[in-house]
Write a protein that binds this ligand. Structure first.
Ligand SMILES: *Cc1c(COP(=O)(O)O)cnc(C)c1O
Length: 371
């Protein structure tokens, strides 16, 4: 029997929390404080606790979290910031919004994670930071990246928008580099009912800088020395996030269990799941396979009722608006090849056992058909 499995289904995802979330939103309405109040403070405290960070600062989106991280580190016009060519566009938008110049490096062809050797080749005298993206929910090679960057006196920012509670060698994403930027866009592992984000930071000084930057540089507290922006986390979003945060670990475990079922079904298939990095605990924001006949594989799945995604169909520099980011000295061939092959299968804690089994066998079947 054919089963229809959509790629995302957010209404179903929050269904069983409906009463708890209604009450949380009701509390905000009753209190009558909608910006930077006790829900935001509570969420910041609880998110820092959940990740083992010293502090968390709530902001309006993941892109803002990256931009304010760069600004807090004093990065702006005249500076270069390196990130990987297979990231999603907002990583690059944030660098440009901070006034800096993005530079792309290549990735490992098997894991899709940043390649430290390629990173090393991009570093120059104007390079001030690296944004390592924990893509698809798997921590990138943070130790190697910190070593390469550290030797050059360059800060590392972790883009954790897809990696809530992911870990490497027991340390959580966002707590290893100088700052960790998170998005709570609705489809992320921890998603709000709109836009929001947060930054994890390890020092009091960074925390105070970020708290000022998110409210115009904090003119309410006296003279503005670092001009900021308006990027606040709303009370209602924070109230929703507090409820959902309590379920995040369980949801991530469910994602990992689904990934194990997909892995088993595809063990001998012509499409191959991306390789995992040793020592990492994957948050499985996305379950990504490489298919050399991608269109045929996706269309066979579509016919079976299974919707898939592509993250991302083009490397950053192959978008017309970013063609200027290509540097001939740094080949980006692995990012380009991955862009032509990656396919994301439906993934999320809302999927039923029956749906997961159906997707797993449909994917194995589609792999055979599309070979
Ligand atoms: C979602 C995402 C962002 C941007 O977050 P927004 O909240 O949409 O601004 C940045 N980087 C990565 C890797 C993402 O997946």
């Amino acid at each position: 029997m054919q089963v229809e499995v959509p790629f995302v289904d957010l209404a179903r995802g929050t269904g069983d929390l409906r009463n708890e979330i209604d009450q949380a939103i009701g509390r905000v309405m009753d209190r009558g404080r909608f910006i930077l109040g006790e829900e935001v403070e509570g969420f910041e405290r609880e998110f820092a606790q959940a990740t083992g960070a010293r502090a968390a600062v709530g902001v309006a989106s993941g892109t803002d979290a990256l931009e304010l991280s760069l600004r807090a580190l004093g990065i702006g016009p005249g500076d270069k910031v390196v990130t990987q060519a297979n990231t999603c566009i907002p990583t690059v938008s944030a660098i440009e919004r901070a006034g800096a110049q993005p530079v792309l490096c290549d990735v490992d062809p098997e894991t899709a994670a940043m390649d430290p050797a390629s990173l090393s080749a991009t570093l120059g005298s104007r390079t001030r930071a690296v944004i390592l993206v924990h893509l698809y929910g798997q921590c990138g090679p943070i130790r190697d990246v910190c070593e390469v960057a550290g030797a050059a006196g360059v800060d590392v920012i972790e883009d954790c928008a897809q990696a809530h509670l992911a870990a490497v060698d027991g340390r959580l994403a966002g707590t290893i580099g100088a700052l960790g930027a998170f998005s709570f866009y609705p489809t992320k592992n921890l998603g709000a009912f709109g836009d929001s984000g947060a930054i994890l930071c390890g020092s009091e000084e960074m925390e105070q800088r970020l708290r000022a930057l998110r409210v115009y540089g904090a003119p309410g507290r006296g003279d503005v020395s670092n001009p900021g922006v308006n990027s606040r986390l709303d009370e209602i979003q924070a109230a929703v996030l507090r409820v959902k945060l309590r379920h995040l670990e369980r949801w991530n475990r469910r994602r990992a269990a689904i990934a194990a079922i997909y892995d088993a079904a595809l063990a001998d298939a012509s499409v191959r799941p991306l390789k995992r990095l040793p020592g990492t605990e994957h948050a499985f924001h996305l379950y990504v396979v490489r298919a050399s006949s991608r269109d045929a594989f996706r269309s066979a799945l579509r016919q079976a009722g299974v919707e898939t995604g592509v993250h991302y169909a083009q490397a950053v520099h192959n978008h017309p608006g970013y063609a200027n980011l290509v540097c001939q000295a740094i080949p980006l061939v692995n990012a380009e090849r991955l862009a032509a092959e990656v396919v994301s299968l439906p993934m999320g804690p809302h999927l039923s056992d029956a749906e997961v089994e159906y997707v797993a066998s449909a994917a194995a079947e589609a792999a055979t058909q599309s070979q």
